[in-house]
Design a protein around this ligand. Structure first.
Ligand code: ZN
Length: 66
């Protein structure tokens, strides 16, 4: 298993985790990364950084009462 494979597995795990944490908003795979907004195929985030970015936005939105 090389680094790319490991990264893929990690993203897959994080995606499942994010989905589990965010049941109320089911996140369809929309063709764009939820973190950075860049086009992406077949998944929600490019990597853990994009996942964190998305999580941060969700958290600040929650703090603002939305
Ligand atoms: Zn991204």
């Amino acid at each position: 298993m090389d680094d790319a494979d490991r990264a893929d597995a990690e993203v897959e795990r994080l995606t499942q985790q994010a989905l589990a944490n965010r049941k109320r908003s089911s996140m369809p795979i929309c063709g764009r990364c939820y973190g950075c907004g860049e086009p992406i195929a077949g998944r929600l985030f490019h990597d853990a950084d994009c996942r964190d970015e998305y999580q941060r936005r969700q958290d600040s939105r929650a703090r603002n009462g939305r």
